[in-house]
Each structure stands twice: as structure tokens, then as C-alpha cells.
Ligand binder design. Structure first.
Ligand code: PLP
Length: 397
């Protein structure tokens, strides 16, 4: 009998009881706005920021309305504006070039390797074209951060890290997000903690963080933040920094606090699922596993493999055959953007030079989510189905 998978690839786990209880208390208080505080109560948002900063070993943290907002806020804090160029990954999701475009700047795309990380040779070649790199750790793949920082420091490029897929991941024991001058996270439902929408910015830089806090819509209430730079840092920027409202509220913060506390355990669960799929796919003819470097400790909330040098029709056939058996694969190589997948040439507001080596990789990237509602047995079934269907199409040639 043909095996079918019946699980749901977009079903996340319930919010932990502790978060639900804290959220109810916020609702009962009626005080949802982050600055709606009584007496000297710190409020859920400030506590969340303090806890996240401590968890990441960062001096400062700011909770905001979304990951995309955090990216644009970081660019604004860095003074990126109309006509400026910003280096970024060719392999990423639409909110990344979108954040660059939202401040009137232009993305300069840097290629992707078969390891699905930014091509450091291409980065070195393009290093003289911009003063900021928005580095997307796309799908959780972390490049050689030591080499990347060497290139960027050498060229005077400031790095903003997009850690939407690397919250809880590390490069040689350093948290992802602690190499650049600022780092951005998303707490949107499909990332590593879930508040529906939301995001974080972290930094050790007094001036940048003071600007980011004012930008986020703090008015002159910034003193109430617990994970903020000293008041003097605000004095220098408070009259010249526009308010671009994008605050987080107490309700979402209440939901997030227990989830952050549980992150390490969740990462271990994701990685257990990831390893089952990876092992199940290993050795499939025509399929390339994306090997993870030893220096990287990743969060396997999704898995990618490559169907390198396959014809478009064949990749489409694999996707369709897997879908018919309940396995939802996404293809990043399609000419037409579908759901969350798109290619750098899909963003037609941005000029892009063709990159042949990257195009070859992008054309072969197949992606699959691994929600924590799946069991290891589910992952065995999924891997068997992919293996069989890739094999069938590959042999059919
Ligand atoms: C989700 C995501 C973002 C944006 O986060 P939102 O909270 O949805 O705005 C940015 N970059 C990447 C790589 C993402 O996956």
C-alpha cells in the first residue's frame, strides 16, 4: 500500500499554559500598551526585553511589532536612507529586500553557495559597493562568521544580522546575532517563538539602540525601558530621530516570556526531527544533502535539500508527487513566486545582476517546514515518501 502522510505542515504547538495565564492577566488589567503601567511596575514588554538581552548576552534589547519592522528600524538607526545601497543575500525572503526598499535604499544581492549561505567570495568582490550588509541567515544556515566579519571589518561594512531563522543557533559557541552591530529576530507564528506577530532588535551600541528605541515609538518615555542604554545616549538623538511607531504590546510579551525560557528544549526537539529526515534522505540518488558545518549549531525548524541540475519539469514533478502523498515541499527555484518562496529576480523593484552559479543553486533548493507538532515517526514517514518520489522521478530521468 502506498504510504500517505496526514500531518499539517503549518500547525504549531499551543501557547504554554503559563503564557496563556499571563496573557489573561494582561487582558483583565486592560493595560495592553507597553507604557500603560501602574506605579513602578516594569510591565511585560520591558521584562521580556531584559530577559532576551540576558539570554543573548547583549547589552540592550528592544521588542517591536514584527521582524520586518526590526530590520527597517536597524537600517534607519544606522542612517541608511534614500539612494543608499545595502548588501544582502540573493537567497532570502521578501521582507529582507522589502525592509531595504522601505527606507528608500537599494539592495545589492550577494550570491549563495551550495551550502545555502552567502557566497563570501562574491561578498568580498562587492564589498566596495555599500557600507551596510543585511545578512540573512536564511533557513538557519550560518556562513563562516569569522571570515565574514574579517571581510566586513576590513571594508568598513557594518553588519545587521537577520536572525529570523537562527534564534537559538550559534557559530563556534557565539549566539547568532552577536557578530553584527545589530541583530533582528521575528516572533511571528512560523519562527522559533510564537506571538502571532512580533520581533526583536538587540545591540551593544548605545547610540544605535537609543535611536532604535526612539524610532520604535517611545516618545519621551524611553526611561521606562529596562534593557536600554544610559539616558545620556538618548539626549544626543531624541530631537533628531523620527517616531516610526512599531511597538510591541504586553499581551504578546506575556505570551513570549515563557517560550523564550523554553527555547533550548525546543531547539533540541527540532533538531531531533531534523536528524530523522536528514538520515532518511541521505544517499537518495539525485538528491544532495546540505551538510552542516561543525562550527554551526543550528535550529532544524525547516530542512532543505538540493535537486542540483534537475530540469524544472522534474523538480515540479517531485513536488507534485510528494504533495499527492501529503508531503508539502516548497521550491525556491520557480520563476513565479509561490507562497513564501521567491527568487531575487522576483523583486522587480530592485535591480539585480544575474549570478549564474547562484542561479544553479537556487534552481535546485527544495524546502520543508518541520513543526514541533510532528513526531519522529512522522519524520520517518515523510523521509520515506520524499526518497521514493525523488527516486522515481530521477530514475525516470
Ligand atoms: C519571517 C522573516 C522575516 C520577517 O519577519 P516578520 O516578523 O514576518 O516581519 C525576515 N527575514 C526572514 C528570513 C524571515 O523568514
Amino acid at each position: 500500500m502506498t504510504e500517505h502522510f496526514t500531518g499539517n505542515f503549518t500547525q504549531q504547538e499551543a501557547i504554554p499554559e503559563e503564557g496563556i495565564k499571563a496573557a489573561l492577566e494582561v487582558l483583565q488589567s486592560g493595560r495592553l500598551h507597553r507604557y500603560n503601567l501602574v506605579g513602578d511596575e516594569p510591565g511585560e514588554v520591558s521584562l521580556l526585553e531584559q530577559e532576551f538581552a540576558a539570554q543573548m548576552g547583549a547589552k540592550y534589547a528592544l521588542a517591536v511589532a514584527s521582524g520586518g519592522y526590526a530590520l527597517a528600524c536597524a537600517l534607519r538607526a544606522l542612517g541608511v536612507g534614500p539612494g543608499d545601497r545595502v548588501l544582502t543575500n540573493a537567497f532570502t525572503l521578501a521582507p529582507v529586500p522589502g525592509a531595504i526598499a522601505s527606507v528608500g535604499a537599494e539592495p545589492v544581492f550577494v550570491g549563495v553557495t551550495e551550502g545555502l549561505v552567502i557566497d563570501l567570495e562574491d561578498l568580498a568582490d562587492k564589498a566596495d559597493r555599500a557600507e551596510v550588509l543585511m545578512l540573512s541567515h536564511m533557513r538557519g544556515h550560518i556562513c563562516d562568521m569569522d571570515r565574514l566579519m574579517e571581510i566586513c571589518d576590513g571594508a568598513g561594512i557594518r553588519v545587521v544580522e537577520d536572525c529570523a531563522h537562527t534564534m537559538g543557533a550559534q557559530w563556534r559557541g557565539t549566539w547568532s546575532g552577536r557578530h553584527g552591530v545589530m541583530a533582528c529576530y521575528s516572533t511571528q507564528t512560523y519562527k522559533h517563538v510564537n506571538s502571532g506577530e512580533g520581533g526583536f532588535l538587540i545591540s551593544d551600541d548605545d547610540d544605535l539602540m537609543a535611536r532604535a528605541i526612539i524610532l520604535s515609538g517611545s516618545y519621551m518615555l524611553y526611561e521606562r525601558h529596562l534593557a536600554r542604554p544610559p539616558v545620556e545616549a538618548f539626549e544626543a538623538v531624541k530631537y533628531v530621530t523620527p517616531n516610526v511607531s512599531g511597538r510591541m504590546d504586553h499581551l504578546r510579551a506575556a505570551i513570549l516570556r515563557p517560550q523564550l525560557g523554553d527555547l533550548e528544549r525546543q531547539v533540541a526537539r527540532w533538531n531531533a526531527l531534523y536528524r530523522v529526515v536528514e538520515e532518511g534522505l541521505r544517499g537518495t540518488p539525485g538528491l544532495t544533502i546540505v551538510e552542516r558545518p561543525e562550527e554551526e549549531s543550528y535550529v532544524g525548524s525547516s530542512i532543505q535539500f538540493l535537486l542540483l541540475d534537475w530540469g524544472e519539469g522534474q523538480v515540479e514533478e517531485v513536488i507534485a508527487r510528494c504533495a499527492a502523498r501529503g508531503v508539502e515541499l516548497k521550491w525556491f527555484g520557480g520563476a513565479e513566486p509561490v507562497a513564501f518562496t521567491s527568487r531575487y529576480d522576483s523583486w522587480r523593484y530592485a535591480e539585480a545582476e544575474r549570478m549564474a552559479a547562484s542561479d544553479r543553486v537556487l534552481a535546485g533548493i527544495v524546502d520543508m517546514r518541520l513543526p514541533l507538532t510532528f513526531t519522529q515517526e512522522d519524520c520517518e514517514v515523510i523521509a520515506r515518501i520524499i526518497r521514493a518520489e525523488v527516486g522515481a522521478v530521477f530514475q525516470g530521468g
